[in-house]
Structures are given as C-alpha cells and as structure tokens.
Design a binder for this molecule. Structure first.
Ligand SMILES: [Fe+2]
Length: 155
C-alpha cells in the first residue's frame, strides 16, 4: 500500500503559503511588521488545527488574530486620515470585507468544525495577500511620497 497521502501534501502546501515573504513588503516598516504578525498568527492557527491543539487553544488563537487584525486596520486607517489619503473610504471598505471570513472562522472553531475552520484560514490568508498586493501597495506609495514631502519641507 502506498504511503502517499495527498491530503497531507495539500496541507503542507497551504501551511507554507501562509508565511510572510519579502515579496509582501510594502516598505512602510511599521505596517510590514504588523503584516508579519498577521501571517504568523494565521500560520499558528493552521498549525494548531493540523497539530491537534484543543478547542480552547484554537479559540484563543482566533481571538488573538481578530484583535491584531482590528488594531492593524485602525492603525492603517489612522495613517490614511492623518495624511489625507484620497482613497481612504475605498480602503476602509476593503478592510470591512474581511469580516465575513473572520466571522466564518470564529463560527467554525466554536462548532469544532476544523476542516471548515482550515478553509476559512486559507481564505483569510488569500484575502490578506491580495489586499497587501493591491490596496496596501497603493497606500504605501502615497504614504512614502507624503513622508518625503514632509521631510523636504522640514529641511
Ligand atoms: Fe490595508
């Protein structure tokens, strides 16, 4: 009998895809470090599910992720407001769109449905990567320019 387990193989691919990579950097250090934390928490949740963490531990990890994500959105949105970013409202709505997946994740974990929780984590990971690649990059370009302008004015 073959020892090849396609389900394990797929799981390994998914887990590694939840790790932060240099390609996700937007070159705003304080935001990049928060993104790294979010990837670490998503990866930790995925590992917790695959490695048999108990329901309480998963719930704790999920609420930690929820808190960091909420704080991160508040921080980014504050940077946008204080610098007069013209696409603030569009970006804020993109943030709000992640709540569907967060609620789904919390519900699956509360019910002990690990397969669905794992799928919700993958969806959140995909959401985060897409969000960073487009929306956060657009803001980062604006923000770096704004900062350069402020530095030039001060000198
Ligand atoms: Fe964002």
């Amino acid at each position: 009998m073959s020892s090849f387990r396609p389900d394990k193989y797929v799981r390994l691919i998914n887990v590694s895809s939840l790790q932060w990579k240099r390609a996700y950097a937007i070159d705003v250090p304080e935001v990049d470090s928060e993104h790294q934390t979010l990837f670490r928490l998503l990866h930790g949740l995925e590992r917790g599910i695959a490695g048999g963490a108990d329901d309480n531990q998963l719930q704790q990890k999920a609420s930690e992720l929820h808190k960091h994500l909420a704080d991160h959105f508040i921080h980014e949105q504050r940077l946008m407001r204080t610098t007069g970013y013209p696409l603030y409202e569009w970006h804020r709505l993109r943030h709000a769109s992640s709540r569907v997946n967060l609620r789904r994740l919390a519900r699956h974990i509360a019910r002990g449905d690990r397969a669905s929780a794992s799928a919700a984590i993958d969806m959140l990971g995909a959401w985060l990567k897409n969000h960073i690649r487009l929306a956060d990059r657009m803001f980062a370009a604006y923000f770096r320019n704004y900062r350069r302008g402020q530095t030039a004015l001060a000198s």
